[in-house]
Write a protein that binds this ligand. Structure first.
Ligand code: FAD
Length: 401
């Protein structure tokens, strides 16, 4: 005999735990089912922009995230080979303009902050979902540990390889983008200070690639994340160990500061980027997909997790406002899909511009104010979801369908 609950959240990553906090904030009970034996994020850092910080504040974790987040003056972009300054993405101005900080976190700290906001008895670890059966009045969830749970409504937050997505839409699998990232986490004391001057958050762009390095946990750690166009096949996952010399060789003729940084890398991982085309397949009936399960995207706008935080707040508002959760889910999709598609398009456009092979043309375009390595983020960061959660947000024509 299966146990039962009204709302099940499948997946206890950033999206699932944010959804659990949001539902709790609006007095809605939910149970979280997570495959891992303990909550935790491996991997390195994540950036959260002002509109998503507002969502986290509104779901009750503002003080907790403020205690573990870094703020930097901004991202300072240089040419990878010459070191020449290209652009400053001023985060202090952005924070003042949008009324919330721009944080960088160690992922584990952000997940801990989210986990500490919810009642641990509602989190069921060691529950790997293997199947979902849609019935007229409920969904039956089957887990690898032999348990079954009958949930009236399901929020699928089980990531880019979502089992629920696959059950609903078949072979809607994410495909390899032909882009890969290297990641490394360094002890801050091993990185000479001048490497990350002047802002502590530096980006180098070169032909077909870029590399970001910045402090997290104060100055205790330096996070490195890169991205490059490649014709090699690379698996997805934090645990694919990389070869540091191969990583260094990916950035030929680096300017002296970048060369110094690369020389102190002793461990790295590599990760293939997988995504799926823009899709309206975000759930149906009693099932709602959120986070990467709904809308995995390239990391180039720094928005994958941010959009999951927006999802959480807006979904909870609709659930609070509607008598029928299935109607709330449909309204959620109506409001969210156009905005998230816009952000997905922005991510693709940013990757293209950052990886331009003609660096002179890239520089000229930035200098003329025509382009930016960060794309136009005003409409993303300036979104007031607390005020406008039930309105269709506007998306600039360049990023609209
Ligand atoms: C290189 C890189 C850099 C990025 N940088 C940023 C950034 O700076 N800012 C930003 O906003 N975003 C960034 N992102 C995107 C961000 O990491 C993701 O969008 C975010 O982690 C998605 O969270 P999620 O909870 O939807 O999915 P996941 O983090 O994948 O979590 C899914 C959870 O579901 C669980 N799960 C999976 N299958 C099952 C199952 N069958 N049963 C039960 N549980 C299951 C998993 O164990 C996991 O806990 C970046 C991504 C990459 C690759």
């Amino acid at each position: 005999m299966p146990s039962s609950c009204r709302i099940a959240i499948v997946g206890g990553g950033l999206a699932g735990l944010a959804a659990a906090n949001a539902l709790q904030t609006f007095g809605i009970k939910a149970e979280v089912f997570e495959t891992a034996p303990a909550l935790g994020e491996i991997g390195a850092a994540v950036n959260v922009s002002p509109q998503a910080v507002k969502a986290l504040q509104a779901i009750g974790v503002g003080d907790k995230i403020a205690a573990v987040g870094n703020t930097s003056p901004g991202i300072y972009t240089r040419n990878m080979q010459t070191g020449e300054f290209l652009e400053l993405n001023d985060r202090q101005k952005a924070a003042a303009r949008y009324g919330a900080p721009y944080y960088t976190f160690h992922r584990a700290d952000l997940l801990d902050a989210l986990a500490s906001g919810i009642d641990s008895s509602s989190v069921h670890l060691g529950h790997r979902l293997t199947g979902i059966e849609e019935r007229a009045n409920a969904n039956v969830l089957t887990f690898a540990n032999g348990t079954q749970v009958e949930a009236e409504y399901v929020i699928a937050a089980d990531g880019v390889r979502s089992v629920i997505r696959q059950a609903l839409y078949g072979t809607d699998n994410p495909t390899y983008t032909g882009q890969m990232v290297w990641r490394a986490l360094l002890n801050g004391s091993t990185v000479p200070e001048d490497v990350l001057e002047p802002t502590g958050h530096i980006q180098w762009v070169g032909p077909g690639c870029h590399l970001l390095a910045y402090y997290i946990r104060g100055k205790k750690l330096v996070n490195i994340v890169t991205q490059e166009d490649t014709d090699k096949w690379v698996e997805e996952g934090w645990s694919t160990r990389g070869d540091c010399d191969e990583m260094r060789a990916s950035f030929p003729n680096p300017e002296p500061r970048l060369a110094k940084l690369l020389s102190v890398v002793t461990e790295c991982s590599k990760w293939g980027l997988f995504t799926r085309p823009l899709t309206q397949n975000w759930g149906r009936g009693r099932i709602q997909l959120v986070g990467d399960a709904a809308h995995a995207m390239l990391p180039n706008a720094g928005q994958g997790a941010c959009q999951a935080f927006e999802d959480s707040y807006i979904l909870a508002r609709w659930l609070e406002a509607s008598r029928d959760p299935a109607e709330a889910f449909a309204n959620f999709r109506r409001i969210r899909v156009p905005r998230v598609h816009g952000v997905q398009r922005l991510s693709i456009a940013n990757a293209r511009f950052k990886h331009m092979r003609d660096s002179a043309a890239q520089k000229a375009s930035i200098a003329a104010g025509k382009s930016s390595v960060h794309g136009s983020s005003d409409w993303v960061w300036g979104y007031d979801l607390i005020r406008d959660w039930d309105k269709e947000p506007s998306v600039p024509a360049t990023y609209a369908a």
